[in-house]
Design a protein around this ligand. Structure first.
Ligand code: ADP
Ligand code: MG
Length: 763
């Protein structure tokens, strides 16, 4: 807290006041609900509309009462008071923290309806396609009660269906689909081709996941272009390098560096003078580093899997296969080469946007999650968002056991297996959260050998995943999942139909076991939150060893002495405090990485706003034609005979073509600069300053170059009744485009990676 203690106190007082006020409003609304009971549906809907004045909800309790009646009539759920309070906080633009199973889906729909009633269009942002579709259909009757429209946009929708869906008042969509549509809309040459309609509000479900964990994931739109072949020779040379002799891996497992001997060996084998010469530093050295990174730091079955001759990334924060994700092109190619796979074509990057940039485009952002408090700093720093904590409807009856700490990973893993078997023998369902795919499979294998039937969850199908997780509360069920599996799904005791609810409750409810502490307490708490839903009993228990990544990284350079028992267990407050300390250190490291990376992204984000504005002017006015009239008067005069519409459209197309091309060139250049910039640190330049200097200089030239080239094209190209024949000059836009997400930080959140790579760790 330090010097800012006063600030926190002030914030606390503020939110308490809000809390009292909103509780009073909610109490009033309960009374108002009674009086609406006799009214028809249409009258109740009108009552809600009457509560709106001047684009804001003036009478909040009347509004909440109407929503409660509608929810009861259409969804069979009467909102709990805490849910109504949460709705008020969302309408104020906060991120609410509400525990798993407390009914955030209904809260989100009520708040979205409130925004829509005041004339605002809402994007309800979900973490996957499955939830977008599920929630839109589930909440549809509530939204339509008020004469409003709702739709979902998912991966499978074609352009026309998307366009129609985006015209609704409330749109449920996964965050990447929203971003891809923004990128594609930035390539159009006529306003009528726009797919996404502007929204006023982003209401983000699982807000910490989208706004913090995945914030810097770039969404990419690429177009076809025969790419340059990656150099197989470099991969070969690098594949023969030996750890500790030719290269060293840093203690944190994030960086790898050539030793002097290693560098000399590479130079010899490639037949070059120096890797660090001016001529090689931006090209060969970059490729060598990528190949080395792929070889030394990216481990099959931890960071990626290979299926059907293709590389599939494992999403670090969710621990499952990430469809449509790629690493930055060079790295992807390097790993493909290392695995002997056909190197997939990167194509040409046309445009890219990070989730953080995407979210900052909305005039208002609010959100909900079970774990917001621990992300308070990030939410304030990056989005200026305030966190409101909503009480539970029923008291928590989950028992969170103290961590069980072991000296070595081996002793810990033995204990995990025995504990699962012991709990399972009573019939209590067990959900185990592991760190990565390899660990989940190792554990499942050992449990099966001990005669236990195990569901393993590292599926890539969201719907299938949701079903397995939903079944995880059944009698005697053991489910082993990768971390974070099943955000958004509800684990009911006694199976999805709650048939054996009371039996399972008597057994103690769901037992959640974590096989290690995560790098952030938030991820731990997401896992814990799977148990103890809506006042159910439950248990959570984490195992940690002093060899775990979080301890090694967070406790680097610190020494600790402890006296383990005969089974390796350490019971000491000092040691458990130390582990909590290690986790705070790793959290701090993640925040620092986020802040640093954002510094790089922010300037480009500002520059793209300028590009967007220029694009909008070119699309919506005849500015392009006017500029050509000035810069190429003869050619313009020669075209006067053509219909105005044709002339203006041709001018627009030419201008946009060169603007988009210049922007794509700029992104590509800045990407290269960023990849090689840390090398400039060797030359004692501060990388970020250097990066900014180059970005600003290049951007200035970009605008001028785009116009100059457009004028040249305008003079050269044939323009007739059919428009500008850009194809003739080889200036066509890509005939095919595709989208993907880049996992820019392949090592974030990885588990006990080094150990997992050497055989089954549970044996
Ligand atoms: P969360 O997103 O907060 O984890 P969900 O929206 O998935 O929770 O809801 C969890 C469960 O609670 C669902 O089965 C839902 O039907 C139920 N539920 C939510 N609100 C109410 C309510 N007011 N009355 C009865 N059941 C509710
Ligand atoms: Mg949810």
């Amino acid at each position: 807290m330090g010097a800012f203690g006063w600030f926190w106190k002030a914030m606390g007082a503020q939110s308490e006041r809000n809390d009292k006020k909103s509780k009073a409003i909610v109490n009033d609304s309960a009374a108002a609900t009674q009086s609406l009971a006799q009214l028809s549906d249409a009258e109740v809907a009108q009552h809600a509309r009457d509560a709106v004045r001047d684009g804001a909800i003036a009478d909040k309790s009347a509004f909440l009462a109407a929503l409660a009646v509608a929810s009861e009539r259409r969804l069979g759920m009467h909102p709990f008071n805490v849910q109504s309070q949460a709705v008020l906080r969302l309408l104020e633009g906060d991120v609410i923290q509400m525990a798993t199973g407390e009914g955030k889906t209904l809260v989100g729909a009520m708040a979205a309806t409130g925004f829509a009633l005041t004339g605002k269009r809402v994007h309800l942002v979900t973490v996957n396609n499955y939830l977008a579709e599920r929630d839109a259909e589930w909440m549809r009757p509530l939204v339509e009660f008020f004469g409003l429209t709702v739709a979902s946009v998912t991966e499978k929708l074609d352009q026309d269906s998307r366009r129609a869906a985006y015209r609704s008042d409330i749109i449920y969509a996964p965050v990447n689909e929203l971003g891809f549509d923004v990128l594609r809309d930035n390539q159009i040459t006529d306003r009528s081709q726009t797919v996404q309609a502007r929204a006023d509000v982003a209401l983000v479900d699982e807000a910490d996941s989208v706004l913090v964990d995945e914030a810097l994931v770039p969404l990419v739109l690429a177009g076809n272009r025969p790419g340059e072949a990656p150099t197989g020779h470099i991969t070969n040379v690098v594949s023969r390098l030996r750890e500790d002799l030719d290269y060293t891996i840093a203690e944190d497992g994030r960086t790898v560096a050539l030793t002097d001997d290693g560098a000399a060996r590479v130079e010899r084998e490639l037949g070059i003078d120096s890797l660090y010469s001016e001529e090689n530093i931006g090209t060969i050295l970059v490729k060598v580093n990528l190949a080395l990174h792929a070889k030394a730091l990216l481990i099959r079955d931890i960071h990626y899997i290979v299926t059907d001759g293709k590389l599939q990334l494992i999403d670090a924060s969710r621990g499952r296969v990430a469809d449509l994700q790629r690493w930055p092109d060079g790295l992807q190619a390097a790993v493909e080469a290392k695995e002997g796979l056909e190197v997939s074509e990167g194509g040409r990057i046309l445009d890219t946007v990070t989730l953080q940039e995407l979210m900052r485009r909305y005039p208002l952002v609010c959100g909900m999650t079970g774990t917001a408090v621990e992300a308070t700093d990030q939410l304030r720093q990056f989005y200026d968002l305030h966190v409101s904590v909503i009480d539970r409807n029923k008291e928590l009856r989950r028992f969170d056991e103290a961590d069980r700490i072991y000296a070595t990973a081996e002793e810990k893993n033995k204990a995990i297996v025995e504990e699962i078997i012991a709990i399972h023998s009573t019939g209590q369902p067990v959900l185990v959260g592991t760190h990565d795919v390899a660990e989940s499979e190792d554990l499942a294998e050992v449990l099966r050998e001990r005669g236990i039937d195990v569901n393993v969850l590292n599926a890539k199908n969201d719907a299938e995943e949701a079903r397995i997780v939903a079944e995880a509360g059944d009698i005697g069920r053991v489910t082993v999942s990768t971390q974070m599996a099943g955000r958004g799904t509800d684990i009911k005791l006694g199976g999805a139909d709650e048939g054996d609810h009371d039996t399972v409750a008597d057994l103690g409810g769901l037992a959640v076991i974590g096989t290690t502490r995560h790098r952030t307490a938030r991820l731990d708490n997401q896992l814990r939150g799977r148990a103890g839903r809506q006042g159910d009993p439950g248990l959570s228990l984490f195992f940690v060893s002093l060899e775990d990544d979080v301890v090694r990284q967070g406790g680097e350079d610190e020494s600790l002495s402890a006296q383990p028992g005969p089974d390796g267990r350490i019971e000491s407050k000092r040691v458990s405090d130390f582990i909590a300390h290690c986790q705070r250190v790793t959290e701090g490291q993640l925040l620092e990485i986020h802040a640093q990376t954002w510094k790089y992204n922010q300037l480009l984000a500002d520059q793209r706003i300028i590009i967007d504005e220029r694009r909008a002017v070119l699309l919506d006015t005849d500015q392009a034609w006017k500029e050509f009239q000035q810069r190429a008067p003869q050619k313009a005069a020669a075209l006067e005979a053509l219909p105005e519409e044709t002339r203006v459209a041709a001018a627009r197309e030419i201008m946009l073509y060169h603007l988009d091309l210049a922007w794509a060139d700029h992104l590509e250049l800045m990407d290269d600069v960023r990849e090689s910039i840390h090398l400039r640190a060797i030359a004692r330049q501060t990388p970020i300053d250097e990066y900014h200097r180059i970005a600003v200089r290049e951007f200035k030239q970009l605008a001028q170059r785009a116009v100059d080239q457009a004028v040249e094209t305008f003079n050269d190209v044939l323009i007739d009744e059919d428009g500008a024949h850009l194809n003739d000059l080889g200036l066509s836009r890509p005939s095919a485009t595709w989208t993907y997400m880049v996992s820019d930080n392949p090592l974030s959140g990885s588990g006990n990676s080094v150990m997992s790579s050497i055989g089954n760790i549970f044996r």
